[in-house]
Design a binder for this molecule. Sequence first.
Ligand code: SF4
Length: 171
Amino acid sequence: MFTCTRGDKSGRKDGTFERADFTFDTENDLYICPGGKELKQYRRAFKTPRPGANKDETIRYRARKSDCDACILKERCTPKEPQRKVTRSIYETSRDVARVLSQTQQYAISRKLRKKVEMSFAHLKRIHGLGRLRLRGPCGAHDEFLLAATAQNLKKLAKLAPNHNLIRRTV
Ligand code: SF4
């Protein structure tokens, strides 16, 4: 079983249970509700297999009406409907993986590094005037970027020098 809810937009404001309160059972393709009952997409086998997902690329899992009728949590779960439904995107498994990855140390490092790269590009555009290329074709673009990146790296190297303030004054 696997549940991760970070970044989940399925929250509810009325105090009733949200999708995060239901546990998804990947193996059996069903949700377990806070009352311990199963929410399934289908409860019987069809001769002609159903497409599974709706047009909006979600799958609906439903509790049994008899389970909800007898449940002491019904008021907190589905006060207005006869039985509870939970929708799940067909991409939710991939989203869960991404949510878990976004909590790792490696992700924090990569985000930091990505910012640095983006800052370099912003710098090239704003300070070195690479918002528009002057030379034509891929070779021209390559040459311009190479020159600009070289200038950028030289500036960075100069900053690393112990007396970089002195260098700045003489340049
Ligand atoms: S109302 Fe239905 S879905 Fe909700 S907790 Fe009770 S049995 Fe589960």
